[in-house]
Design a protein around this ligand. Sequence first.
Ligand code: HEC
Ligand code: HEC
Length: 211
Amino acid sequence: MSQRHLSILLGLAASVLLVSAHADDLDAATRAAARKVAIGTCENCHGPEGHSILPKYPVLAGQHANYLAAQMHAFKAQTRGDPDALGYMWGMAATLDDDLITGLADYYSRQKPEAGKLVGGPALAHGKDLYLNGDPANGIPACATCHGPGAEGSDAFPRLAGQHSQYLIKQLKSFQSNLRNVAVMHGVAQGMKSEEMEAVALYLQSLGPKA
Ligand code: HEC
Ligand code: HEC
């Protein structure tokens, strides 16, 4: 990928997550309401405190609040269009008002992230190389440029460390096909082969909070 192409992607990325969750403004009642919904509803799929067990359901623990809130708004606006998003999250998000979304994003961002399962054998080294260096000859940028050297993410980019590989692979395919329509990640995923998605996802799953 050329420098120019990368700077276009970075520009697109900066415009994606400008919605701020304003967690400092949260009052005690909003926090309590969010906790109640998290334990009573979200936990059924996303696990206790967002530590999901089944790979279909993404881990939410330790994810950044801005990103979580942006995704809940995208499900609610029905703009995140993968069939699982539609089937599981559109209806769920329809019932959440702005305060509850901010409260839930704050709740999950405060939970401690953990490493996922270590599997993958030789694919892990390939995944690590792709993550840190990309494959410039085939137009794949280094993921670390945006998601951080340990995939810890930031206010502007989601955490990927410790996420289920099955979920990560599915998202990369959805970005590639534009079912999940995000220009910056479409640009990243468009040249990726299935084996590359799998290798990078297995590497990411194995990472702990401070990799
Ligand atoms: C019936 C199961 C189910 C329940 C209950 C559920 N979710 Fe989800 N959630 C999913 C699935 C499946 C996905 C992944 C969708 C996809 O693959 O695009 C998801 C994705 C998400 C994401 C996107 C995560 C990311 O990394 O992009 C967020 C945020 C989220 N859910 C929040 C919530 C919250 C908050 C609640 C409770 C109000 C909740 N979910 C309840 C099944 C569920
Ligand atoms: C130019 C910046 C940039 C680069 C480089 C980049 N990403 Fe992303 N990535 C993003 C942004 C921004 C999002 C959030 C998209 C959204 O708002 O839905 C994202 C989201 C994702 C998600 C979805 C996470 C979730 O919880 O659903 C995955 C998976 C992902 N990126 C993997 C990768 C991989 C693997 C690479 C390297 C091959 C990579 N990214 C390179 C900016 C980038």
